[in-house]
Each structure stands twice: as structure tokens, then as C-alpha cells.
Design a protein around this ligand. Sequence first.
Ligand code: ZN
Length: 311
Amino acid sequence: MKEILFLEPVFKEMVWGGNRLREFGYEIPSEQTGECWAISAHANGDDTIRSGRFEGKKLSELWAENLELFGNIGGDRFPLLIKIIDAKGDLSIQVHPDDAYAREHENGSYGKTECWYILDCDPEATIVIGHNAKDSKEVADMIHGERWGEFIREIPVKKGDFFQINPGCVHAIKGGTMILETQQNSDITYRVYDYGRLQNGKPRQLHVEQSIAVIKAPYVAEDAAARTITAKGDAAIEHLITCPYYSVDRIEVDGSVTLVQDKPFLNVSIYEGEGTIDGTPVRKGDHFILPAGYGAYELNGKLGLIVSSVE
Ligand code: ZN
């Protein structure tokens, strides 16, 4: 089918959120808007189709009723969730369970593997990835003893960096960072530490025991190897990751390029610039799905895109 499925994102206000999602042309609910659920069929933020034959439908409804759009891949829910995150403040230090733990302890939910492309950050920005405990016992000791300075592994970050966050990996985005996140369709987060902050006068709930149960130790840094860039037409295509849940590429266009959508479906997020896809105008902040069988598509203009698929 040759119809592009444009999505109307859902916005989430967060204690750590800001107002920079306006830079993407969005009407945001407040000055503490933390997340744009850009391509989502999750019950906590189910996007609506913006135009065309399926205008007004939820993405979850399309998944349930028109599985042919998604290559009939099976599975009981749309598998991925794409977000743009604006962290004005620090996010809590957190960890996600894998599928097996979430299925058993979180009412059949998926686990959460995620990855981040850094869209922008302050000059001296850092992020938290991993920890410094040597084994699971030391993880528990450091967390119970609130030895955060020793426990947390913090590294410098710059625009254009990319990180894969597997289940069991302690992580947090810090203030002044904007990312595009590609993740499994899951909303299960265990908060290890929240810097002692209060929300409406109370600390946000921590999940200390679940965190200790799922944190992998020792932390082993991901191999940063796999980023390769291929030239095609007026585009540079950078392969960011392939993991069991998704494959993610970044495409930079300056001119014209014809590419092929031959996956079950392709999620596309425009994070920079403006132009057209098959003659339809698109710009920074647009998110859409190219359905199964779409085939060749032509991009024109000056565009930065993050695309993802399930294989
Ligand atoms: Zn996370």
C-alpha cells in the first residue's frame, strides 16, 4: 500500500521536562514537557493517525485491525515505541527488566531494551550508563548504603552520540540533553535513585528491590564499534544498531535520494530540516510509518531522519 501513516504524537509532562519540544513545531502542554511519544501504540500514550484513509484511528487499532500494514508479523501489540525526550533536569537513575522478568512480575508486559541518539546537549553534559559495583552483592550493598558517588558511572556525552541500553543496565539522562529514543513498546521503569527530589512535596516512588533483582553486574561497556556510514544518492546512511528487537539507521539527505522500504514496516522520525517524501512536504518534528510493501520512496531536501524496523 502506497499510503504514508503520519502520526499525531502524545506529550508527557515530567518533573524534569522543559519546553524545547517547541523547537520541533509542537504545541506542548506546559513548560515541563519531558516526552513526545512520537510513534506509539502503548495504552499510556496511543498516537492517532493524522490524515488519509485511517485519519483519527489509534495506532493500536490499526495494529489490531490492519495487521497487513505491518507485514502480518504477528505478536499481540505494536512492538516499538519512538520518543523524543527533552531533559531540562536530571532523570532518575533507573533500570529496566528484560522480557522474562517483566512477563512474570509486570503483568505480561514486555521488557525494555532502548537506544538513544543524542539530538543536542549542553557543552559539558554527561550521562549515566552502568555502575561500578563488582558483583550483585556489591550492587545491593552500594544501593542500600546510598553510596551513589561510588556506584554511578557517569560519562561525557556530545551531540550525535549513540547508546544502546540493554535490560539490567543502570542509566539516566542528565539535564540539558535532548534525545531520540527507539525502544521496545514497554513502560516499565525501576527507579533506583531520584537525587532525593520531591514531587508535590513527596519523593517519587523508588523500586529498590526490583532494581537490585534486575541490575546486571559487573557492568560491561557496550562495544561502540558498529557505526558505519554508506553513501547513496545525495544521502549518507549511518547504521546505528541491530539487536533482537530493532534495527536503527540515521539518514542525512542534502538533495535527492531514492530508497526502498522492504521491511515489515518502517518507522521514520524527522529530527532536522525540511523537504518532501514522494512529493508530500515533511519537516523537523514529523513522524510517520511506511507500511509493508511500500517499496521505493524518494526523499528531497535537507533532512535528518532516524528510521527503525523490527528486522
Ligand atoms: Zn530507560
